[in-house]
Design a protein around this ligand. Structure first.
Ligand SMILES: [Zn+2]
Length: 227
């Protein structure tokens, strides 16, 4: 993005700095030592990773919606260290609460909730290789994400691929199970799966159109393929 802006400015005979810095606000969720320990336990049990830290090398970006209609409520879903009582659906797979690296409000404001190179719990099978981006919205499975969120996600994806050359894939959460059997899929428990529809194909198509020049890959067309 910056390169394009500078090129335009130079073409117009104007010199100056980059005019489109991405604004990201830090709004950390509670990532206490207990949460780190629970995350290490999750990585060990689900991925066979026995490490003294929870650092990851991101290979993909996974986009989501929170299914919660407001920013504060969305943040509150990720802030507690342990899974709340209403997440009995996945409690058997570990007590560490769900988490995500970035949260995008409906007006496109981007918040960073935790370091992007720490493992979050947001996508079964792929947590150890992915950065997660949640979008406020999608209540009841209704595709209501905004144009501002499309633009913000596209800018964030562009920025993250600049920071991490290891990122090759951009997917929607609903596409994540297509990686089952792929070398990047690490889940050891064959029964630990959840069907997802977020953040919807319309949203993914719109974001992908804006970042098409990055050449990021999508989900494999069949398990085990290398697309
Ligand atoms: Zn999701």
């Amino acid at each position: 993005m910056c390169r394009v802006v500078i090129t335009v400015l130079l073409a117009a005979g104007i010199t100056g700095g980059c005019a489109s810095q991405l604004q990201v606000y830090d709004w950390p969720i509670n990532f206490s030592q207990e949460r780190i320990e629970l995350s290490k336990q999750y990585a060990d049990e689900h991925y066979g990773v026995d490490s003294d830290n929870i650092r990851i090398v991101p290979r993909m970006i996974v986009l989501h919606w929170t299914a919660i209609g407001d920013l504060a409520g969305s943040f509150s879903a990720f802030d507690p260290v342990r899974l709340p009582a209403n997440r009995s659906d996945i409690a058997g797979a570990g007590q560490v609460n769900v988490s995500v690296h970035f949260l995008v409000d409906r007006d496109g404001t981007i918040y960073q909730l935790m370091p992007e190179t720490w493992m979050a719990r947001h996508a079964i099978g792929l947590n150890y290789v992915s950065i997660g981006v949640e979008n406020v919205g999608g209540v009841g499975g209704n595709d209501d994400l905004t144009d501002a969120q499309v633009a913000a996600n596209a800018k964030l994806v562009r920025e993250l691929t600049t920071r991490h050359e290891s990122i090759e894939y951009l997917i929607g959460h609903y596409e994540s199970q297509s990686f089952d059997g792929h070398p990047l899929w690490m889940e050891k428990d064959r029964t630990y799966r959840t069907e997802k529809t977020d953040p919807g194909q319309r949203f993914m198509d719109a974001v992908r159109t804006e970042v098409a020049d990055l050449g990021l890959r999508g989900a494999p067309s069949a398990p085990g393929t290398s697309s």
